[in-house]
Design a protein around this ligand. Structure first.
Ligand code: CA
Length: 459
């Protein structure tokens, strides 16, 4: 384009050689350049109109035009396309940069929290060190010649039953205190096979179905409708990558196999952006929390439109009462054999988990329960048969389902059911009552866990 302008300029000069002329054009850097020309006193140095030089220039100009049009992106249309591609790339790169920036800030906050917890633990250790041990029947015999002040803490196998640290022969010599503890751990009655609506007995090793392709999939939610309705069948798998501030795309896969291959057959666009990884699918609708609000939306998959919307009364949102990993997971929706539930907290509950059963049609709260278990102390929660379960850690590879709350009795119970975070960053865990499995999103990976349910006491 620059060459063309220069050559046109030269031609114009040739035509106006016999009088003063002002010519304007862009220079190489895009600035406007003015050229003022007057006739030379030496006639011989001025080429005449239609001279061989001008004809030669015209011929070279048309040759250059031909060459320029053959260059990739040489025509104005191609130039426009290439520019819009560059613009798209730039927007994408800036989007990823913003995502990473957000992630960095979140990790910094998390680091701050961990440092505070470390300090608290150190203070607690200091307090324990200074506390005299009761003289009667110690739990663990003193190690020969050793005086580790923390040995009384190491006596207990941890919650995962990992006793690999107990290698000292003295510790395994059959001391009465230790055997007592061991008996408590192992004397769990063997669960009977039970296929009804039961209590959680154990969680199997996770099975990996798919790894997300981009940074947008570090966290997310994936699900199958336990009571699917037309036009989508029960095999259909849905997935939403939830990193970013404008989460609206929902990908549908024909079945688990297509999810594993990464070939979506349907992309739905949500009318309003989503927050959290707490979305749930039930009877042909996606239920989710609208970004930066306590508004719940029921999005009908068949008509691809909003079927209901309602505020969840007093619910904290956008980082007020998230799970321990953050991610604005203030409102977690869950589906079980008894219907649709919301797991959240309120200012009145001071961060303790509040549980509400929702009318799946209107989103109205049918009934609520307030637990005494802090929401930000757990990694995630899910419902099975009207019972709430929480997972202790989202990063520890071997953690536990550590608490259960029964809505029938309004009673909470501490548990220690082993649970594995294979990829060490579990951002979503939910139960599918049709598959009797937990679906989870662990550090880019869409995984599921087989479950063993047992007969409830008195059933
Ligand atoms: Ca959940």
């Amino acid at each position: 384009m620059f060459l063309l302008l220069c050559l046109v300029g030269l031609l114009a000069r040739g035509d106006a050689q016999d009088r003063a002329a002002l010519w304007r054009g862009n220079d190489r850097s895009g600035r406007c350049q003015y050229t003022f020309t007057v006739a030379s006193p030496t006639e011989a140095s001025c080429p005449q109109t239609g001279s061989p030089e001008v004809e030669g220039l015209k011929a070279r100009l048309s040759l250059l035009e031909t060459l320029v049009s053959r260059l990739p992106g040489g025509t104005p249309q191609d130039g426009g396309r290439s520019q819009s591609r560059l613009q798209e790339e730039l927007t994408r790169a800036m989007g990823e940069r913003n995502l990473l920036q957000g992630e960095k800030e979140r990790l910094e906050r998390e680091l701050g929290g961990l440092q505070r917890r470390l300090e608290e633990t150190q203070r607690e250790m200091e307090r324990l060190r200074n506390k005299p041990c009761p003289p009667q029947t110690p739990m663990v015999p003193p190690r020969p010649g050793g005086s580790n002040p923390m040995s009384h803490l190491l006596a207990h196998p941890n919650r995962q039953g990992d006793s690999s640290g107990l290698r000292d022969s003295t510790w395994q010599s059959g001391h009465a205190g230790f055997q007592e503890v061991k008996a408590e751990v192992t004397e769990v009655p063997a669960p009977e096979a039970y296929t009804g609506c039961g209590v959680l007995v154990s969680v199997a090793e996770p099975v990996t179905h798919r790894k997300a392709e981009s940074i947008a999939g570090k966290y997310g939610v994936w699900m199958q409708d336990p009571e699917a309705v037309a036009p989508y069948g029960q095999e259909m798998v849905w997935r939403i990558d939830t990193i970013g501030s404008d989460v609206k795309q929902m990908f549908g896969y024909e079945d688990m196999d297509q999810l594993s291959r990464g070939f979506p057959s349907k992309v739905l666009l949500l009318p309003e952006p989503m927050e959290s990884t707490g979305a749930a699918l039930y009877r042909g609708s996606l239920y989710y929390q609208r970004r930066r609000s306590r508004t719940l939306i029921r999005f009908d998959l068949a008509s691809e439109s909003v079927a209901a919307r309602r505020d969840l009364p007093h619910a904290g949102f956008h980082g007020q009462f998230p799970y321990s990993w953050g991610g604005y997971t203030d409102i977690d929706l869950s589906v079980d054999e008894q219907g649709l539930w919301a797991i959240y907290s309120t200012s009145k509950a001071k961060g303790a988990i509040v549980l509400s059963q929702l009318d799946p049609h209107s989103l109205e709260v049918k009934k609520s329960w307030e637990t005494n278990f802090r929401k930000n102390s757990v990694a995630n929660a899910f419902m099975i048969c009207g019972r709430l379960y929480t997972v202790a850690s989202y990063t520890a590879p071997n953690t536990t389902v550590n608490y259960m709350y029964d809505t029938e009795t309004s009673q909470g119970t501490a548990l220690a059911i082993p649970f594995r975070n294979k990829y060490r960053y579990n951002s979503m865990i939910d139960y599918n009552p049709a598959q009797k499995k937990l679906y989870a999103w662990d550090n880019f990976h869409m995984i599921s866990y087989g479950l063993r349910l047992g007969r409830p006491v008195g059933a």
